[in-house]
Design a protein around this ligand. Structure first.
Ligand SMILES: C[S@@+](CC[C@H](N)C(=O)[O-])C[C@H]1O[C@@H](n2cnc3c(N)ncnc32)[C@H](O)[C@@H]1O
Length: 244
């Protein structure tokens, strides 16, 4: 089972103090620099649709894919005009003749999906096949050189009406050799002092550095460029095809 299923219902609220609910203006600016409006975008690991929802409303033709049905259910609730083509599938099993101008993997989707070097290579090769000529892949991940994946711990608190949503994220296991962690995500919902709901899940991630992505890209014949955004200390890597 996809571990995100357990906390999906609260994802938008508990992650909003950290990430906001939607894509940032600077992220939209970057996408507008990369592709013209109306382009076909595949949002991989789209989750609750933080990016898919805004991009579809702006006029992009968005396909959102995620292996967690409950995460996509949250997206569908907010996609009132049914603008998004929603696919509940493991990206490794996604087969289509559709081709995309831009494939996005926002907020560590790449880290959750590509847990090993072999997986990362397979993923990049599969995504490359889904690109139109001159298509691009945008990978947004935490910059592992600016955080400590071995002890990446934080808490968020969000108030919504009478309810308080608490999230505690702690590294529960860390494997230095592969820079892989298992993080414990605990979500608690309170009304006053009364605990209404509590959920715990464990999310596995492989932290990829810029130089590792560069190496993967070399093997896959992709060129990689690092776009730094003023409002974020994360990596925004744009991959383009060097050869067919
Ligand atoms: C950290 S969340 C990011 C969600 C969203 N992109 C955002 O920025 O809020 C990673 C997402 O990747 C999805 N995911 C993990 N493995 C996947 C796979 N093999 N295929 C498709 N989606 C996957 C998870 O279900 C989760 O929704």
């Amino acid at each position: 089972m996809n571990p995100n299923n357990i906390t999906s219902k609260y994802y938008n609220l508990v992650s909003s103090p950290l990430k906001g609910i939607d894509v940032t203006d600077e992220e939209i600016g970057l996408i507008n620099r990369l592709v013209p409006n109306g382009s076909n975008i595949l949002d991989v690991g789209a989750g609750t649709g933080r990016h898919s929802l805004i991009l579809s409303k702006l006029g992009f033709n968005v396909t959102a894919i995620d292996s967690s049905r409950p995460m996509l259910n949250e997206l569908k609730i907010r996609d009132d005009k049914k603008l998004i083509n929603v696919i509940n599938k493991n990206i490794y099993k996604f087969n289509t003749t559709d081709k995309f101008d831009l494939i996005t993997l926002f907020w560590n989707s790449f880290n959750e999906i590509a847990l090993t070097k072999n997986n990362a290579l397979l993923l990049l090769k599969n995504l490359k096949r889904l690109l139109k000529p001159n298509g691009q892949i945008l990978i947004n991940i935490d910059d592992s050189s600016s955080i400590d994946p071995a002890a990446f711990n934080f808490e968020t608190i969000k108030f919504d009406g009478e309810l308080k949503y608490k999230m505690k994220w702690t590294t529960s296991k860390y494997f230095a050799k592969t820079n892989t962690s298992v993080s414990r995500e605990e979500v608690e919902i309170y009304k006053g002092d009364k605990l209404l709901d509590s959920r715990v899940t464990f999310i596995k991630q492989r932290y990829w550095s810029f130089s590792e992505i560069e190496l993967l890209c070399q093997i896959c014949n992709l060129k990689v460029e690092n776009y730094s955004l003023k409002t974020s200390n994360e990596l925004y890597l744009v991959l383009t095809t060097l050869s067919k």
